[in-house]
Design a protein around this ligand. Structure first.
Ligand SMILES: *[C@@H]1O[C@H](CO)[C@@H](O)[C@H](O)[C@H]1NC(C)=O
Ligand SMILES: *[C@@H]1O[C@H](CO)[C@@H](O)[C@H](O)[C@H]1NC(C)=O
Ligand SMILES: *[C@@H]1O[C@H](CO)[C@@H](O)[C@H](O)[C@H]1NC(C)=O
Ligand SMILES: *[C@@H]1O[C@H](CO)[C@@H](O)[C@H](O)[C@H]1NC(C)=O
Ligand SMILES: *[C@@H]1O[C@H](CO)[C@@H](O)[C@H](O)[C@H]1NC(C)=O
Ligand SMILES: *[C@@H]1O[C@H](CO)[C@@H](O)[C@H](O)[C@H]1NC(C)=O
Ligand SMILES: *[C@@H]1O[C@H](CO)[C@@H](O)[C@H](O)[C@H]1NC(C)=O
Length: 628
């Protein structure tokens, strides 16, 4: 515990430092009005205005600007040898193609083949997805059409906006993100196998299976991102689309390999750069096979049972990760093995399998593939801040919360240090790491990637952290802190969105400082976004599109990133906005994190104002982009 605290000393020092360049001022108790340093000149004006008449004319002037795409680089970069050279690194594997599943269709007769069409169909029959439907609009890849310039006119700027004078470093990564389960659709088509998302997150409405039909519309989606001037496109690959039977030794789905090859190539062709997440919540269903009700098991640690604890998981993930790297590492410079794994961790074995699988995949990338890109994993911690920064108990609780969420993974994978005490004192079945484990794991994350949507206001639980940590039935277990959203005076920490997200830009800089000064590798903001309150209930498309609260969120967060870079000397390597379009938010479409509206009946997309505002903010400040 003490070791963890000492790594926080710079942050604590900053907390108490009230100078204007300090990274954090949680609050300063005072009275009166804020200073207006920018008003020095105006204060020389006369005390009373002089009123006068003049002739009237409409004086507004409008400047129309168009979003423009970034030209493709003159030379293509590669980050590893191509598949033809790397394929020998894998055991020989068969590839197959399967059809699409329809529960009414019992035609397949190749029942002797353990991986034939009949076996594949019975996987789906076993999965038994509730209220399953195949009724999307598309069943084949849609040819893209150019985005008409009439869709690319920038909206009116908000009255209050950024006043900074900073620029992004030339290598700063800016992009937009999405994930397979939330956008692809085609859940039982072209050989994809069932995963947890397909059976437990989609009950109720059958349109849960359709999502954005990105499996067929990816070219159009990419075309639209390119037209806006986005540089990086971050997506995830569905494991069950690559390996419908999940495990090593089972055949590879050629249609899945081809799909992502084409998606990557099309991204590059449009002047953008792909980044790939290997597992974004959609664990193949096989890892829950032994006990079907355990799919719904209430996990000890996270919110969902992601199947990571299964003894076959680690080897299977490593096999899958190697398969992706050999196929795609030549063209993909940034890799994330896991998305937010703690949220889907059941118990100590889950975390053990995740950190070991990550380290093995990363070692393969660095030592065997000799990839020149970067690899890491992304975590979900919505930074814990002490409810009262002057109260040592609250500070200790915030440290405990953050250590549990972050140090559990990055102690071993970045620093080669053991799990933090916050984790080991709490999780009764945690698997101890040996010195050999730690030296193997150390340095297998090139960056610390977080999805800092908002902050969590933290204070100790009744009875204290230590009592809670030994009591798995405590309502505060396993994090063992009170998690809130208001300050000591009862005010919300920020403007609240539809969901759990409060807009908290001022805390972002503190968070970035914490990450950099704790782990000493670049910080990567891999998701951030804002589901505007009641956006889904707005009757008019035009009102959904004019999403000022989302613009405010994005521009304020980006401003704080710039301040962290230039005022605190923190290396932030990039920011990926979540998400490039409204999508399936695990059960419905109501929490809208997108920068495009999706008209569900037709799958037509419309750019929201925030998309233009965010891209323009970056392009105005990025030496490698032309001005918007
Ligand atoms: C299966 O058949 C039933 C009854 O004809 C029909 O209502 C249902 O839509 C069919 N399901 C699919 C996925 O085609
Ligand atoms: C299937 O859909 C119906 C009608 O929407 C709903 O009442 C039922 O709960 C759904 N079943 C499951 C298992 O989600
Ligand atoms: C993708 O691009 C690579 C490298 O340029 C090329 O070898 C491959 O054939 C392309 N694949 C597809 C599916 O277009
Ligand atoms: C673990 O995964 C394997 C597939 O690799 C499966 O056969 C087994 O039933 C799973 N165990 C549990 C408890 O789900
Ligand atoms: C299956 O898992 C559930 C939830 O964890 C558990 O309650 C049940 O006893 C298990 N059944 C078997 C046969 O292991
Ligand atoms: C554990 O927490 C539960 C729920 O708050 C409480 O009822 C129980 O007494 C606690 N057990 C111990 C040993 O403190
Ligand atoms: C502030 O947050 C705490 C902890 O979640 C909660 O108990 C309390 O009701 C909140 N106060 C207000 C005014 O919302």
């Amino acid at each position: 515990m003490l070791a963890t605290y000492s790594s926080l000393l710079p942050v604590l020092a900053a907390l108490l430092n009230l100078s204007t360049t300090s990274a954090q001022q949680v609050y300063v108790l005072t009275t009166g009005t804020p200073a207006r340093p920018q008003c020095a000149a105006a204060s020389k004006a006369p005390a009373t205005p002089s009123y006068k008449f003049s002739s009237f004319a409409f004086t507004q002037t409008e400047t129309y600007r168009y979003a423009t795409s970034i030209p493709p680089p003159a030379t293509t970069s590669t980050y590893a040898r191509p598949y033809t050279a790397l394929s020998t690194l894998l055991p020989s594997m068969s590839t197959t193609t399967w059809g699409s599943w329809n529960p009414n269709d019992t035609a397949a007769t190749d029942t002797a083949d353990p991986y034939g069409q009949a076996a594949w169909s019975s996987l789906w029959a076993w999965a038994n997805p509730p209220n399953f439907t195949t009724t999307g609009i598309y069943s084949t890849t849609v040819s893209p059409t150019p985005v008409p310039s009439s869709e690319l006119v920038l909206p009116p700027a908000d009255y209050f906006g950024p006043t900074d004078c900073y620029t992004f470093p030339p290598d700063f990564i800016f992009g937009v993100a999405g994930s397979a389960a939330q956008i692809e659709g085609a859940v039982a088509m072209e050989g994809k196998g069932p995963n947890n998302m397909d059976v437990w997150m989609r009950p109720g409405l059958s349109d849960n299976y359709v999502t954005n039909e990105n499996y067929f519309l990816y070219k159009q989606d990419i075309e639209r991102l390119a037209a806006m001037g986005v540089r990086y496109y971050s997506f995830s690959i569905a494991w069950s689309r690559i390996l419908p039977f999940a495990l090593p030794g089972t055949p590879v789905n050629q249609a899945g390999i081809d799909h992502y090859n084409d998606l990557i190539n099309y991204t590059l062709e449009k002047g953008m750069i792909p980044t790939v997440t290997m597992l974004h919540f959609d664990t193949p269903l096989q890892f829950f096979a032994g006990n079907v009700t355990s799919r719904f098991k209430d996990p000890m640690i996270g919110f969902f049972n992601g199947g990571f604890q299964n003894a076959t998981f680690e080897d299977a993930f490593v096999h899958y990760g190697k398969l992706l790297l050999t196929h795609y590492a030549d063209r993909v410079p940034i890799w994330f093995t896991f998305n937010e794994p703690l949220l889907f961790s059941d118990n100590g074995a889950s975390v053990n399998n995740v950190v070991k699988a990550h380290a093995r995949v990363a070692r393969f990338y660095k030592d065997v593939v000799k990839g020149t890109g970067k690899i890491g994993l992304k975590l979900h911690d919505n930074f814990g801040v002490p409810r009262d920064p002057k109260n040592p108990g609250d500070v200790a609780a915030a440290n405990h919360f953050n250590a549990f969420h972050l140090d559990t993974f990055w102690n071993p994978l970045v620093l080669g240090k053991n799990y933090p005490e916050a984790f080991t004192m709490t999780i009764p079945d945690y698997v101890p790491l040996t010195a050999k484990d730690l030296s193997y794991m150390r340095g297998t994350c090139d960056f610390v990637a977080v999805d800092p949507y908002t902050v969590t206001v933290v204070s100790p639980p009744p009875g204290g952290i230590a009592d809670c940590a030994t009591n798995t039935t405590s309502p505060y277990f396993p994090y063992c802190v009170v998690q809130g959203e208001n300050n000591t005076f009862g005010w919300n920490v920020g403007y609240r969105s539809y969901s759990y997200v409060y807009s908290t830009p001022r805390y972002l800089r503190t968070y970035i400082n914490y990450l950099w000064n704790t782990f000493h590798v670049p910080v990567f903001i891999t998701e951030f976004g804002f589901p505007v309150f009641a956006e889904a209930e707005k009757a008019k498309l035009a009102d959904m599109l004019f999403d000022t609260p989302r613009s405010t969120y994005y521009l304020s967060f980006m401003t704080e990133i710039l301040r962290a870079i230039w005022e605190d000397g923190v290396h932030v390597m990039g920011a990926l906005a979540w998400s490039f379009a409204d999508n399936w938010e695990f059960g419905d479409y109501n929490a809208r994190f997108g920068m495009q509206v999706v008209q569900r009946e037709t799958q037509t997309k419309y750019f929201k104002k925030s998309f233009f505002d965010l891209v323009a903010f970056v392009r105005d400040r990025h030496p490698n982009y032309e001005r918007a």
